[in-house]
Design a protein around this ligand. Sequence first.
Ligand SMILES: Cc1cc2nc3c(=O)[nH]c(=O)nc-3n(C[C@H](O)[C@H](O)[C@H](O)COP(=O)(O)OP(=O)(O)OC[C@H]3O[C@@H](n4cnc5c(N)ncnc54)[C@H](O)[C@@H]3O)c2cc1C
Length: 409
Amino acid sequence: MSKLVNTYDVIVLGAGAAGLFSAITAAKRNKKVLVIEKSNKAGKKILMSGGGKCNFTNHFVDPDNFISKNEHFCKSALSSYSPQDFIDLVDSYGIEHDTKKRNQLFCVNSAKDIVQLLLNECELHNVDLIKNTNASKVHFNKVESSYSVSTINDKSEDKMITKYITSSLIVATGALSIPTLGGSGFGYDLAKQFNLSVTSLRAGLVPFIFTDYMSEICGRLSGVSHGIRISCNGQTFEEDILFTHRGLSGPAVLQISSYWKEGDHIAINLLPSHDANLLITEAKHHSPKLLLRSFLNAFMSKALVAELESLLWSNFSEKPLAEWSKAEITLIADSLNNWLLKPSSTEGYRTAEVTLGGVDVHQISSKTMEVLNQPGLFFIGEVLDVTGHLGGFNFQWAWASGYSAGLNT
Ligand SMILES: Cc1cc2nc3c(=O)[nH]c(=O)nc-3n(C[C@H](O)[C@H](O)[C@H](O)COP(=O)(O)OP(=O)(O)OC[C@H]3O[C@@H](n4cnc5c(N)ncnc54)[C@H](O)[C@@H]3O)c2cc1C
């Protein structure tokens, strides 16, 4: 076993979106910067993001798009590095991008373009990047006000332990979601080592699972999507829902999952643009011979209508609208506008796009991302208790928080 010691102005733990961006920002200020990454590739989550096209930001980023115990915390960083700042950088590399619905920006070709941009910037500004290297221990030297980071290189034959010394340590090790893409609890352990609290953690932007009758319905409807309004705990999103063989997914479900807690119901409005009662009552008058399923087939897929029929009005399936009473219409209309479902759980960290909760931001400077009372120690990106909605907000948080830390090392 061999030991080496190296000194840097700034050491960044984790070569994800936030870590790389903070490294570039610090290096542009002529700091000598090292990034330590445990896996064999930088930016693994970026590569997988946005279905391989990376939804790298959103034209309209607002603090309301973020969940945190301190809703004001994200404001300062988000205003110091805007979506347009990142778009300008992307444009300077000639990377083609497209604005999709809800102001989401995606690469036209591949998420690889964003990773390549970040790696180019690192090279241009002489950032050292070491991969396959696990940061395993951090020690703070009070007298010298410096941090030593011990690393283990898993690929080297003698499991070489190296020590790196720095006065500015940026923790960008991400969170628990998708362990195969680098998700790790290292940042939380480090926070606790420095007496910072970590808020409760759970999977967010994640599909729902059902163990009741919905499980079979979802299986039969696997692949069907439909535009809905979904609500839970005072939050509402209007987006698509997707039935899968495991349960419910699609952007509407991923968004609301970040507000859902075990035991909660979700309310789905299957006809978000209509008052179902009014709609069916009108249909009863102008097309009295029509069956309810034939009428609803104009608004959603036949397969979905067939499942709803066997669930909600199987006894009336062959009854023309003219024969439906006011009370019967009201009952069905209420279910169509307010279908209450109770997920048994989510798919968990295995498929969650984000981890809700993280290092408590009350102990961090919102301007610099530095730990209050612990000079030189910074936390950025997803390891913090700041979680964005779906739509490019999480990467914008990674760029903005990385920028704030990189400027203040
Ligand atoms: C499938 C998927 C799709 C997504 N799509 C989008 C999208 O389109 N738009 C969007 O805005 N957000 C998206 N997200 C969320 C977004 O990817 C994350 O919010 C963002 O990557 C967080 O960046 P980060 O740098 O904080 O953490 P990460 O990207 O997770 O990076 C952390 C890095 O630290 C490394 N690391 C961990 N522990 C150690 C250690 N002890 N030593 C050394 N290195 C370590 C990890 O290997 C990893 O490379 C998606 C997430 C997933 C999982």
